[in-house]
Design a protein around this ligand. Structure first.
Ligand SMILES: Cc1cc2nc3c(=O)[nH]c(=O)nc-3n(C[C@H](O)[C@H](O)[C@H](O)COP(=O)(O)OP(=O)(O)OC[C@H]3O[C@@H](n4cnc5c(N)ncnc54)[C@H](O)[C@@H]3O)c2cc1C
Length: 412
């Protein structure tokens, strides 16, 4: 049995803590704000096991170049922040090369497979299976050319065990009523699952581990020092703590902590926006619908309808620009005319994203007792239980389910 400190009370830290506690380890969570303070609070609630394609790809670059022309479009780079983000952008472009893309695709698919196995196990242990539904997701394409181009990507996904069915014309509109008439086709993937509300899910996992976890401490971690086979964790304004193992699961803020340990992981804050409307805004929506060519999603939460997406590359402390949420809402209304736009709550969250859009899961290069678990980008909720499994394997010295080099910090 080890005593383990987990830095960060987001979905990654919580799932790692839950898995370790379930295997008899003693865990302390240190959170600087509150449980699910970051992107884990308000994401689009999807276990997107259909999303095996890495974001770092020529397709994304071409689409982003089109989107960036539109000032309210779903992709934006803040020019003033380029001194902080340019290195990441260049590395993202380099990681989109065919060879890196294909390598990332194989790793991504393995993470998804592991997630498909570990999610139900975690739901059973925590008794939270009622929070997750399996109605799948519908990906929509307004033009015939977009729809046909998407087929290629779906055929490739199929090789990695992603199932799908195609719908066109009147068949699509019968399958998903309420869409604008001009939407040409849709692809339904049953591999997608939805949690009733991501914040509630985090709080429920935390509640489940509370009686077993040693403690949850609300402090800002300001540094780590490996000492005599253990690790000292320095807290702002409080005495430091010691542990056998320390897991850095601090979302986009993990970059600073890992840099201080000698690992220069190029992590960026990729900001996303959404608006959560009352349930009555689209009461009959039963599954997530994706408007991939427009960069947003509509998700039916238990207590609302969440319209969101976008990708804004900016420095971590830049204030939110909610014009982006407004633009997404306008687009959503054009594509789903029945959607009622009143009484929405706007939110911005920061995705922790690496250039090859795969997470960093593994030990620090020079400090085997510090373990990284960050950089999940668009897929942190989806890959949280797979990450937890890998963390458990590292802590308990077991053979890794996924080749450690493919997710290591030193790959950059
Ligand atoms: C609009 C949007 C939609 C998304 N939709 C989906 C989706 O449908 N499916 C999906 O899988 N993913 C989705 N994501 C991505 C997902 O939300 C993230 O990948 C995930 O939440 C990252 O979790 P995390 O625990 O790594 O980070 P976070 O949620 O950011 O948690 C990190 C925590 O660490 C704490 N912390 C930071 N620094 C310190 C420190 N020094 N000391 C102590 N505590 C610290 C923070 O306060 C925070 O609570 C979406 C993201 C956005 C923005």
């Amino acid at each position: 049995m080890k005593d383990v400190i987990v830095i960060g009370g987001g979905i990654i830290g919580l799932c790692a803590a839950e898995k370790l506690v379930s295997q008899g380890h003693e865990v302390t969570i240190i959170e600087k704000d509150r449980i699910a303070a970051g992107a884990s609070y308000g994401n689009a609630a999807g276990f997107a096991f259909s999303e095996v394609m890495p974001m770092a790809s020529y397709t994304t670059i071409l689409q982003s170049l089109r989107w960036i022309m539109d000032p309210a479009g779903p992709f934006s780079i803040i020019p003033q922040d380029l001194p902080y983000t340019l290195n990441w952008l260049i590395r993202f472009a380099l990681a989109s090369r065919k060879s890196t893309f294909e390598q990332s695709l194989r790793v991504q698919a393995k993470l998804m497979q592991l997630g498909k196995t570990t999610l139900p196990q975690m739901l059973e242990r925590t008794n939270l299976d009622k929070m997750v539904n399996t109605t799948g997701a519908l990906y929509l394409y307004d033009t015939k050319s977009q729809y046909l181009a998407a087929q290629k990507s779906w055929r490739l996904r199929q090789k990695y065990d992603v199932e799908y069915e195609c719908y066109q014309g009147s068949e699509l509109h019968r399958y998903q009523p309420g869409l604008a008439n001009n939407i040409f086709g849709g692809i339904h993937s049953p591999n997608f699952q939805l949690v009733s509300n991501p914040n509630d899910f985090c709080l429920a996992i935390h509640k489940h581990i509370q009686p077993n976890a040693v403690a949850t401490i609300y402090h800002n971690v300001v540094g780590l020092t490996p000492k005599e086979g253990r690790v000292e964790v320095a807290l702002q304004g409080a005495d430091s703590l010691m542990a056998d193992k320390v897991i850095i699961a601090a979302g986009p803020w993990s970059g600073e902590l890992s840099r201080a340990l000698g690992d220069n992981v190029p992590l960026t804050g990729e900001r996303g926006y959404n608006t959560t409307l009352p349930k009555s805004a689209l009461p009959d929506l039963t599954r997530t619908i994706f408007f991939a060519p427009h960069g947003f999603v509509i998700a039916p939460l238990a207590d609302g309808v969440r319209v969101g997406g976008a990708s804004e590359i900016a420095r971590l402390d830049r204030p939110a620009n909610y014009k982006r949420s407004d633009a997404l809402l306008r687009k959503a209304k054009a594509l789903v005319p029945e959607l009622q736009l009143t009484d929405g709550e706007q939110w911005m969250g920061i995705r922790p994203t690496t250039p090859d859009t795969l997470p960093v899961i593994g030990t620090a290069s020079r400090h085997p007792n510090v373990i990284y678990a960050f950089g999940h980008g668009h897929l942190g909720l989806t890959q949280a239980t797979a990450t937890a499994q890998l963390i458990y394997e590292i802590v308990s010295g077991q053979k890794r389910s996924i080749d450690p080099d493919s997710l290591s910090a030193s790959r950059f």
